[in-house]
Design a protein around this ligand. Sequence first.
Ligand code: COA
Length: 629
Amino acid sequence: MWSICSKMVKVGMAKPCGLVKTCHLVKPISATRITGRYLTHQKGLPSLPVPALQQTLERYITALEPIVEVEELMNTKQLVSDFQKPGGVGERLQKGLERRAHNTENWVAYLDYRLPVVIHSSPGLVLPRMNFNDKEGQTRFAAKLIAGVLDFKTMIDNETIPVEYLGGKPLCMNQYYEVLSSCRLPGVRRDAVVNHAKSSSPPKHITVVHNFQFFMLDVYNSDGTPLTVEQIYVQLERICSASLKTNVEPVGILTTQHRDIWGKTFVNLIKDRTNKESVLAIQRSIFTLCLDGPMPEVAEDGYRSCAAAQMLHGGGSLWNSGNRWFDKTLQFIIGEDGTCGANYEHAPAEGPPIVALIDHVVEYTRKLEMIQSSTGPLPMPKKLHFNITPEIKKDIEEAKQSMDVLADDLLMRVIVFNQFGKNFAKAHKMSPDAFIQVALQLAYYRMHQHCCATYESASLRMFRLGRTDTIRSTSSASAAFVKSFDDPDKQNTEKVDLMEKAVKAHRSYTNLAISGQAIDRHILGLKMQAAEEKISIPDVFKDPSYAKALHFRLSTSQVPSKTDCLMCFGPVVPNGYGVCYNPMDDHINFAVSSFNGCKETNAAGLAQAVESALLDMRTLLEQTPRAKL
Ligand code: COA
């Protein structure tokens, strides 16, 4: 019996919250902390539906229209028609999927992602620069941040996190219960995720890493109360003083490796008892705090891009990539220069719950005054030792090299588009998200002169244990709009009309997706069902159109936040872009990434093209009186 438990989200195919190419059948997941009001809320949520087969297949053909050639589409239509013949393989797989939906809580599952989690799947999150610029400021801010996370944890422990809503419907809150005290476990063939919050003795410590050295810091007093900010500060100072040496083997960099390699190294690493205990302490910890060393100096206008890279990968082995444990679900990262953010391992949760936690923490740090005094001496935080054999040392050197190649290959560009924000689209009676997505389509088309398969994550949290499905942003309507926009033969009124149609098409796909009626998870489920039933993969999945549909050259996500922060991630295909944005009322933050190794793509160019597209769309709307529409 399996279910798709929204674990590893992209396998070279989609963005962090995206679809996987290869999936693994896993045991049905069950919600954490099945007690009290949380359970009552969860029980009231509907299960993820299985859409009707014919509906999905029709929508699949429609989605292919703007991205495949006419002959390819004709061939695909034939394959789809064979697939859905009465009594045929499609019906059989659909029935299997429906049975599964009936017997499990959530029928979609993703796992088996083997590329490094760094850049490929773990998003970074960068906050506006904080108001400090030295070691003491770094430590003081870190103490407040830890206290803020513990404050949020109290809400998790008491099950008092306010239920969230989307379009008036209550959302599944399970992801909040999965992000603290959890960790990804490397496996030789396949990883797992463990959540120690569920254990009979949940952890009371965090891990702190400074100069590549790990420490176990108890953050609760013996009476169960959290340490005060002043107490945490004192403990952090002790950690920093005990880890001044910088020529230490950066054992954490092993977690940046390809999962097959890290899986093997891990077995070797934990043969040593000390190493095993240290690793377990990291895995069990509530979260990791990374007190970073410096990053390369950059001009002020490049600061946010550099900070985003620091959050995403740490800058390489010469900088902070070894000052991490990338398997850890949640790592907060603080530099001495006021840089602050996080990196999170994607398996247990999507961006929005992480951002909600971070919003809470940032607001907490703003309100907090360090006036509480210590209640007495605390034990010295425990240093986590590692015995490095020559073999492990070799693995560390190899990990450094791979990490450096990966970091050098990533181009990250962060822009703050400050000409307008979501209020502008609202004033024009358009969905802001759809408006931004259409602008992205225009920007991409202007750069590459074609339309590509585009992924945007849609929340499935209206359903119990729901994660995401795909909003296919490229539609026939968006293609018609982008092709007409720079055409001098087209009238402005026609262009506005096409823009409105494209925006509406996007919003209507969004509505489908969030109500569980999009196509991608369903098609994936059918394919997995074929594997489960051990029948040969139907031709419709071997079709070049199917490969094109899953080659997301634009992998995008909206992750809104109250605190002006910005999530970022890498592209999901070698010749693609990763685009994450946070639309605020009067400005929009964008993080755009591409791989330097690809000559066709250029994150800086796309970021600029997005700015131009947004401005040109505004000009068009403002120059075209609505009465004429
Ligand atoms: N006229 C005026 N206002 C409109 C409008 C219109 N035609 N259409 C929408 N709006 C308003 C909405 O009411 C909303 O108002 P609010 O700011 O008061 O809440 C606002 O504009 C934003 O709506 P919209 O831009 O359409 O997007 P959304 O907030 O519904 O979000 C998704 C769309 C797809 C991003 C969201 O449904 C979702 O799924 N988010 C989760 C994605 C995710 O998990 N990402 C992380 C992956 S790691």
